[in-house]
Design a protein around this ligand. Structure first.
Ligand code: FES
Length: 211
């Protein structure tokens, strides 16, 4: 089998940002909705995961891991709230007061908090980089496992997705391919139990950063 770097068309010295850019470009072209095949889609997804896994291994010696934001880039922050809290407290998921209410509770960081997102990084990638295990499956816009509800700010997705127009109008985005386009976001994650999303889910996968 070809190396993951050959499949992604990057050098073996590629850093995370180069891998992400190559993955997004390739997965977009290979998406079944864009005329690609499922086999090609899966091959690219697995190559990306293997290359990222290698990059994260303790034996890997990256040439340069310094993050260089583009000129003028001020960074993005994401405030997050677990949908499990919303359900447990009996709140309506669309209620704009949810984050203010969550502030008053003594919630663990796995359920409520904030993290930074780098330039060209998806919300899911940033969550994982900060040690969180948010749900996902395909990592390419073909399921709803990674869906989030954007309560504040805006998120752009790099490919067409399985989400309906109505879902997108409601503020639902896919965190695996969704990048912030406003400096601050507030999102509710793990919303797979909302109406319509359960039918769009695939068998779950999840990164465990501790492994
Ligand atoms: S994990 Fe399938 S669309 Fe994000």
């Amino acid at each position: 089998m070809a190396s993951p770097y050959a499949i992604l068309d990057v050098p073996p010295t590629a850093d995370a940002e180069v891998l992400r850019a190559a993955y997004r470009s390739k997965i977009k072209a290979a998406h079944p909705d864009q005329g690609g095949s499922l086999e090609e889609f899966v091959l690219i997804k697995e190559a990306y995961e293997e290359a990222m896994h290698t990059l994260a291994s303790p034996d890997h010696e990256p040439a340069d891991v310094t993050y260089h934001p583009p000129r003028g880039h001020v960074g993005y922050t994401v405030s997050y709230l677990d949908h499990a809290v919303v359900r447990r407290e009996g709140w309506a998921v669309d209620d704009p007061e949810n984050f203010a209410r969550a502030e008053a509770l003594d919630l663990p960081v796995s359920e409520f908090g904030a993290f930074a997102v780098e330039h060209r990084e998806s919300v899911l990638e940033a969550a994982e980089r900060h040690g969180f295990s948010w749900p996902y499956s395909c990592r390419g816009g073909a399921c709803a496992n990674c869906a989030i509800l954007v309560v504040e700010g805006a998120v752009e997705m790099s490919v067409n997705t399985v989400l309906t127009t109505r879902m997108r109008e409601r503020g639902i985005r896919l965190s695996c391919i969704g990048e912030p386009v406003t400096e601050h976001l507030a999102v509710i994650f793990d919303i797979g139990s909302l109406p319509g999303l359960a039918d769009l889910r695939l068998p779950a996968q999840q990164v465990n950063p501790a492994e």
